[in-house]
Design a protein around this ligand. Structure first.
Ligand code: G1P
Length: 250
């Protein structure tokens, strides 16, 4: 049986959460007694990933030091480094030397996105299996005035929470948005994504966008969207972090 790998991009500068992020990476902020990123690692393992690659920048060595203190977790984590900030697609591509040759599906969990309620990753793995190993992106519905902050998808609804996608667009203007369904921090991707990222030209904001490579993946393979029932919390800013603490202490 084909295994599954996970990748957590966690190399961002945390500029929306200064000054604390000068020394404490946002992913290390505590939620209860654990740093936020540990909850994400646990979500990936619970969904069936047998290994987790964490992409960090050299100044975030503390994240590695933290996991090195837990032998059971550390044995399932490998590290990749991103030394320049060239976008989410570029961050994911840094995992390619460790993962691309395995040709196994890759669960990407954004390091600053925690989901309260039902964890989306396990459900996404089940949807992928039900559709012959297809890729699946986690979705949430957002108000029209916020579509320009997200990757937005277009598709046909095939189940209460599942769409078969036929287009994705990164951060569209409201009048150009094909729907209000936003990509929300979780992706289960066919390993062909690494080949596509390697040749991806810069998109929105001059960055290498993961959304653009998933759009190209659609030309070759099926991609589904799952509007998960849980709530996504952005720990990358003080208000989002407080909301996260409230949600996780409930
Ligand atoms: C990234 C993705 C975007 C997605 C968002 C939330 O944007 O590029 O498609 O909707 O995460 O998961 P960022 O928040 O890094 O600008």
């Amino acid at each position: 049986m084909c295994g599954m790998k996970a990748l957590i991009p966690a190399a961002g500068h945390g500029t929306r959460f200064l000054p604390v992020t000068r020394v404490v990476p946002k992913e290390m902020l505590p939620v209860g007694a654990k740093p936020a990123i540990q909850l994400i690692v646990e979500e990936a393992l619970a969904a069936g990933a047998d290994e987790v690659v964490i992409v960090v920048s050299p100044e975030k060595e503390i994240v590695r030091k933290y996991f090195d203190g837990d032998a059971a977790l550390a044995s399932r984590i490998r590290w990749a480094w991103q030394t320049e900030q060239r976008g989410l697609g570029h961050a994911v591509l840094q995992g390619a030397p460790l993962l691309a040759q395995e040709r196994e599906p890759v669960l990407v969990l954004l390091g600053d996105a925690l989901v309260s309620g039902e964890a989306p990753s396990a459900a996404m793995a089940a949807i992928s299996r039900a559709h012959g190993g297809a890729s699946v992106v986690g979705l949430e519905e957002v108000p029209l005035e916020k579509v320009s902050r997200y990757g937005i998808v277009k598709g046909t609804q095939v189940d209460e929470r599942v769409w078969k996608l036929d287009d994705l667009v990164e951060k569209p203007a409201p009048e150009a948005a094909p729907s209000r369904l936003a990509i929300a921090g979780r992706y289960l991707l066919d390993p062909a994504i690494f080949d596509l990222l390697a040749t991806q030209t810069p998109g929105h904001g001059g960055e290498i966008q993961l959304t653009d490579s998933i759009r190209r993946l659609l030309a070759e393979k099926s991609v589904y969207g799952y509007r998960y029932p849980g709530h996504r919390h952005d720990i990358g800013n003080p208000a989002g972090y407080l909301e996260t603490l409230n949600a996780f202490s409930a």
